[in-house]
Design a protein. Structure first.
Ligand SMILES: C[S@@+](CC[C@H](N)C(=O)[O-])C[C@H]1O[C@@H](n2cnc3c(N)ncnc32)[C@H](O)[C@@H]1O
Length: 494
């Protein structure tokens, strides 16, 4: 709820991501240390094969303090041994990114238990308990998705044990509650493709995307005995189909990159030679086959046998990824409309400044929201003319431009769209915002943070809402998406 009257375009909340990850197809081009995006494959990488860097300094800082731009500094050296087991699979990109976030949640929990995060001032009001505040939708997964997640999580559990994870090794059914929270609460990190492309812009090198990570999972529902805490062999890989996991509202693409030159000692688990240590894939998208494996990590062999490639063109090869990487970062906007309903178990969201450590009220110029509103109005007109919908949107109650707003679609669904999903992130506060088809706020992503801005004047006590979906879709399609991906019936009048 707005705790005071807010003005159109006002920035309500600005916070760094809580957790974030990069989709596998981007992990070799986005530095995990500073998350600058590059037009060519990065040459420095970690031996876990899951993190690439633009400099030794980035690698070292990532090893010690995690990715810049994440509110929770999870040292890569903590999760690296587990990630070493992720490299073998052709698991769906969505699932991979979520498994990576799951691991980060466990890491966060472990660090908190060890009180190793206590000294981090930024975390004053954050922690694993905040993550647990997020709504858990694991009970809403359909049978097929639940089965696939259980396979993936059985793999994760096996990897944790195999890597002698220092924290708790939860059972897959417990890990499912983490996935259930990530599922309907994550934001997509998008970058614009097409349009002004990068050629000549060295493009992407000057852009920032958000973090990264990606496991690769395949596993089988090898029976887990409740309470079994032995670090036995990893589960057999098996075919995993792809549960659709949306990334909700568009997180605004990337800004310019900072330099990162932290002077930190190196992570002992890093491959300092920078030599290829790949789990090379000879797979084709959509098929199921074994893959080459040239990794010498202990235990990796077991993981890459019988690998399967999940269906769906989530995973791009280097060429595809490279092409995408050359697309320039457009100043596309996330957009949304107005009005709202009161939904779910929403908690009050105070306009910035209540928790100065995690939010700040910025006096930014409002160019982005202005454009969004214009586009939104235009989209409203277009819909009225072309779709003959009964929408009542007007310039005062803007809807979003389909081309400019964020949607819950994953990359597969957006092959021809302007934005490309490159990662996911989780905010604790912004993730509490409910959906409305006439939202009064929008989330705009900047270099390392997500900012919630008012799309119109908002009265004190009014619920703050954003759109989870492409508001350019017809009402029935919007309803379908919300039902399928966010597990609720939308009662908006639009
Ligand atoms: C990102 S969370 C929003 C915060 C959530 N209400 C909470 O209290 O944690 C997304 C979930 O909130 C619920 N939700 C969001 N918007 C809603 C709406 N307009 N109507 C009903 N439920 C909604 C759905 O369960 C959805 O999956």
């Amino acid at each position: 709820m707005a705790s005071k009257k807010l003005l159109r375009e006002e920035e309500i909340l600005d916070s760094e991501a809580y957790l974030n990850t990069i989709l596998p197809s981007w992990k070799k081009r986005i530095c995990r240390g500073c998350f600058a995006a590059h037009s060519s494959r990065l040459s420095i990488k970690c031996q876990c094969n899951q993190a690439w860097y633009c400099s030794e300094a980035c690698r070292e800082s990532h090893a010690r303090t995690g990715t810049a731009g994440a509110q929770c500094p999870i040292p890569h050296m903590l999760v690296c041994p587990v990630l070493s087991f992720f490299g073998g699979s052709k698991c769906d990109a969505d699932m991979e990114s979520v498994l990576h976030m799951c691991l980060d949640v466990l890491a966060l929990q472990h660090l908190e238990n060890q009180s190793q995060l206590a000294g981090v001032q930024r975390l004053a009001a954050l922690g694993h308990a905040d993550f647990l505040l997020l709504q858990d939708h694991s009970g809403d997964f359909n049978k097929e998705d639940r089965r696939d997640w259980m396979k993936a999580l059985t793999f994760l559990e096996g990897a944790l044990r195999k890597a002698a994870w220092p924290g708790e090794c939860p059972q897959p059914q417990d890990l499912l509650h983490i996935v259930g929270r990530i599922a309907a609460n994550n934001f997509g990190i998008y970058r614009t493709r097409g349009g002004n492309v990068a050629a000549g812009r060295q493009g992407v090198a000057a852009q920032k995307a958000s973090l990264g990570g990606s496991p690769e999972a395949e596993q089988t529902p090898e029976a887990q005995t409740p309470g079994d805490s032995g670090c036995s062999a990893l589960p057999h890989p098996s075919s995993i189909s792809v549960p659709k996991l949306p990334a909700w509202p568009l997180a605004q693409p990337v800004a310019a990159q900072d330099s990162c030159d932290q002077d930190l000692s190196s992570c002992q688990s890093l491959d300092t030679t920078g030599k290829e240590h790949a789990h090379a894939s000879n797979g084709t998208m959509g098929s199921s086959q074994a893959r080459q494996h040239d990794c010498e990590h202990d235990g990796c062999e077991a993981l890459v046998q019988n690998l399967s490639i999940s269906k769906g063109p989530d995973r791009m090869d280097d060429e595809q990824s490279g092409t995408a990487a050359q697309t320039a970062q457009e100043d596309s906007d996330a957009g949304t409309g107005s009005a709202a309903g009161t939904h779910g178990s929403h908690r009050d969201l105070e306009p910035a400044s209540e928790h100065p450590d995690q939010q700040k009220l910025l006096s930014t110029e409002a160019a982005v929201p202005s454009r969004m509103l214009d586009q939104a109005a235009a989209e409203g007109d277009r819909q009225t003319e072309e779709q003959g919908t009964k929408d009542t949107a007007s310039a005062d109650e803007p809807v979003v431009s389909a081309a400019a707003n964020g949607t819950s679609h994953d990359l597969r669904d957006r092959a021809t769209a302007l934005e490309e999903l490159i990662g996911r992130e989780l905010y604790v506060r912004a993730s509490l915002l409910n959906h409305s088809c006439r939202p009064n706020c929008v989330v705009v992503r900047s270099m390392t943070s997500g900012s919630v801005r008012a799309l119109r004047d908002i009265e004190e006590g009014e619920e703050l809402t954003i759109s989870y979906i492409d508001l350019g879709l017809p009402p029935s399609a919007r309803g379908d998406e919300l039902r399928k991906n966010f597990f609720f019936e939308c009662t908006c009048d639009r």
